[in-house]
Design a protein around this ligand. Structure first.
Ligand code: NAI
Ligand code: MG
Length: 359
């Protein structure tokens, strides 16, 4: 059976790292005898917006809904189109319409990369942040009253539903159960946010009863962020509401070095809709067009996509290929400048593809 992948490079360096992501996927497909069928789309880019007056065609849901995965680069060219238009008009539509309620980010210190935290070595930092991606603090419930007067009042509500919380918790517990440490940490703030966060804690406790093998703890978000920096080795799977997860899922990868290597996935675990795999970084207009962008974030996204399809071994081979090339260091491997090397985007991509082929 072949897997159908929609390729949406978007803007800026999205177009430079995407070919390397595909190259790595093709290398893994050859080695493990998988059939991957790629189709390319030019929408969800600022150039498309300038031509059509919108980021996506009207029938984008029909065009994309039948794919198994959306392989996404980055969107945004603030000189051409304001960010709230480009991002809201594309990525956020995908996440919501395709009910991608899990945002998953691995935080893993790779060989050859210096963590900004002192004395951390590969193996010391290896956890996942699981962020609720559809509700919570990012609701559109609220409004302004008495605008422009001294009495101005602004309200935005947090919306938590039992279904919404339970489904992301279930995903996180199942992920923890599959990992060797079987540990789950919940981000809360029930000492200050007195209605929604105690409810979140209650649901965590209720879900924990179904997973007796998983070790559960919780931290208030303020001390949790401190512990990400002070004790990243404490964590295995960290589950959080939309806002807390947003913060943790930038902080986690930041503790593991350059932004150019971090991947993320927006997942609909039931496969009712395609899931979306995109590097954490944006379109990097400052380095666009110079063939120096680090392609590893995009390549690692390909590994996550294969794992989502059930091709765990092939996904692992991609991650091992990345690790092998990084471990060789800037003297022996064509690492990009952000990794202290002199290599180009395409040279690094080719080196990783070769490592995947050779196993
Ligand atoms: P950015 O991630 O594009 O760049 C931040 C800094 O990191 C820049 O100095 C850039 O050169 C560097 N960088 C990023 N990716 C790199 C890579 N692969 N290799 C080497 N260096 C890399 O974030 P910024 O500048 O805040 O945003 C630029 C545009 O990207 C904006 O329009 C923004 O809205 C958009 N954006 C889109 C995202 C997405 O598509 N999911 C995520 C973040 C930003
Ligand atoms: Mg963010």
């Amino acid at each position: 059976m072949s897997q159908r992948i929609a390729v949406i490079p978007g803007d800026g360096i999205g177009n430079e790292v995407m070919p390397e992501g595909i190259r790595a996927l093709e290398a893994a497909a050859r080695r493990f005898d998988l059939k991957l069928d790629f189709r390319h789309f030019d929408f969800a880019s600022c150039d498309y917006y300038l031509d059509h007056g919108r980021m996506l065609p009207e029938d984008w849901k029909e065009q994309l809904g039948g794919f198994d995965g959306l392989f996404f680069g980055a969107v945004g060219m603030p000189d051409k189109v304001p960010d709230h238009i480009s991002l809201w008009g594309s990525l956020l539509q995908f996440r919501r319409s395709f009910d991608q309620y899990v945002n998953l980010r691995p935080c893993r210190l790779m060989p050859g990369i210096r963590s900004p935290l002192a004395d951390r070595r590969p193996g010391d930092i290896d956890f996942y942040v699981v962020r609720e991606n559809t509700e919570g603090e990012y609701s559109s419930v609220g409004g302004r009253m008495f605008e422009g007067t001294e009495r101005e009042v602004v309200i935005q509500d947090t919306v938590m539903t039992r279904t919404g919380i339970d489904r992301v918790l279930k995903y996180a517990f199942e992920l923890a159960e599959r990992r060797p440490r079987r540990k789950l940490t919940s981000a809360t703030k029930s000492n200050g946010i007195s209605i929604t966060m105690p409810y979140w804690d209650e649901r965590v406790q209720a879900m924990a009863e179904h997973y007796p093998n998983v070790d559960v703890d919780k931290f208030h978000i303020d001390i949790l962020t401190a512990n990400f920096v002070l004790h990243p080795d404490w964590f295995d799977v960290v589950v959080a509401s939309n806002l807390f997860g947003d913060i943790l899922s930038d902080l986690g990868p930041a503790c593991t070095g350059t932004i150019g290597v971090a991947p993320s996935a927006n997942i609909n675990p039931e496969h009712h809709f395609p899931s979306l795999f995109e590097p954490v970084h944006g379109s990097a207009p400052d380095i666009h067009g110079r063939n120096i962008a680090n392609p590893i974030g995009q390549i690692w996204c390909g590994a996550m996509m294969l794992e989502h399809f059930g091709h765990e071994q092939a996904g692992r081979a991609i991650v091992e290929g990345i690790e092998a090339v990084l471990a060789a260091g800037p003297e022996a491997a064509p690492l990009t400048p952000d990794l202290g090397g002199k290599g180009s985007t395409s040279e690094l991509g080719e080196a990783i593809a070769a490592a995947i082929r050779d196993g």
